[in-house]
Design a protein. Structure first.
Lengths: 263, 263
């Protein structure tokens, strides 16, 4: 009956929460968004690890039975370093996304887009190569995509032009599958689809992560079958900004957004 | 002989450092950029004040004789609340920029552009109205300008299109003077000038701030006339990223960039 803990640098992780609610409607969820220190995508590995540990300790105070890292940068930089430190099971978004992409590609050419941190970590590439060493991976950072999404520039000339420039290396590499390696990017699916062409598959980790969470909870006998699916949202700054943006990611308004100092 | 302390949320404050070095070549400077928590422009007043106090305490450990807040968001949100708490004199960038704009306008219509925080605070407007209640102020937030500058998109179709959209209210208001109310914006001067027209004056606080610092140091008998003009840079994250970007703001490469934990 204990809740699932989910954290992200800000609001993007709500795309994962949306899938968790859909697939596990009885689970209670405690979400933490580190909006005082957002974004993480431009920050160093060392700093991302420090912030992540602080976020995990915050969630543990809420007696979570499981932690889902709903942020690609954290999953890339911090998860490998910290997952063995804690008793609570922790999953990230990299493995599920990589698996789905390897399953989806026909020509064994996968593109990865993400923040500077995610791309620099090469986490997707390493995971994909382990699953299938023959896959060729082309990875590019798209640092303006997060500001575009947060400012609501989801279509039009500006975002198209930037997307064309960012995605050109993926077109040149003739990838048939692209991993949307940042929780903000699913909101840019239409423009990415238009640039890449309709035959290119776009992989959004959120769905796969929820499947993985479901599987692990079941195997550990931790599923909540009778809960009412309560969600509580905590942020380290700007609860109003979070609530305003949340609708865009969650598909419905958020209530219960509380500001806390996590450090 | 003690150094001047300068801080900013990140790298933008270097436009002020550049002017300080030019106008006060004998002064030693200790700069702190809070790159672990950058940007401040989207964060709440309460959080910006908390971070600012931590940054000031860090600079005080370096025995600074004077503190210059080289960040419009901090100057807007935090300076009025904290300047009386500390013995050390503290100046921000709002008053000098507002004064210069009031002096420059002919038609008494001033535009202000800045981060969401700076615009929401109405700090420039309040300062201008105090100097001349007849001036009409039109203020707009330009949240994509900082990411553009940091990603090196300083000209071209994308930044022009966004600038046209952001600046339209200033054109509609027929302002003859625009305050570049964010230390990143001077790097976009050419595109802003093109959109606003060549007769519109662009006010960049950095120069005025350095004049003010000079004046206060002289009046308090704190000028360093024999120093060698050493500059030390401290950041809370990513010294390499800071060094790479610094050249764009400072006009020369930075050395002595050290990573510290300010909290």
């Amino acid at each position: 009956m204990r809740p699932i803990g989910v954290f992200d640098s800000g609001v993007g992780g709500l795309t994962v929460v949306k899938e968790l609610i859909r697939q596990l409607p009885n689970e209670d969820i405690v979400y933490f968004g580190d909006t005082a220190r957002v974004p993480y995508g431009i920050k160093s590995k060392e700093t991302v690890i420090r912030f992540s540990i602080e976020n995990i300790l915050f969630l543990l105070k809420h007696d979570v039975k499981f932690i889902c890292i709903a942020c690609n940068t954290v999953s890339s930089y911090a998860l490998p370093e910290i997952k063995n430190h804690f008793k609570v099971p922790i999953v990230g978004v990299i493995s599920p996304g990589a698996r789905e992409a390897v399953y989806a590609t026909q020509n064994k050419r996968i593109g990865v887009i993400g923040t500077k941190g995610t791309i620099k970590s090469r986490a997707y590439e390493l995971e994909i190569k382990q699953l299938d060493p023959k896959v060729k991976v082309t990875a590019v950072a798209c640092p303006l995509f997060v500001p575009f999404v947060e400012e609501g520039w989801l279509s039009g000339e500006v975002v198209s032009t930037v997307a064309k420039e960012y995605l050109q290396p993926l077109k040149d590499a003739k990838v048939d599958t692209v991993i949307l390696g940042c929780t903000h990017y699913p909101l840019l699916k239409p423009v990415i689809k238009r640039v890449m062409g309709k035959d290119v598959k776009l992989i959004d980790s959120a769905k796969q992560v929820a499947i993985e969470v479901n599987k692990i909870l079941a195997s550990e006998n931790l599923l909540n079958k009778k809960g009412r699916g309560r969600t509580d949202f905590f942020v380290s700054d700007n609860p109003e900004w979070f609530s305003n943006l949340a609708g865009r990611f969650l598909g419905r308004p958020t209530k219960n957004v509380k500001k806390v100092n996590n450090v």
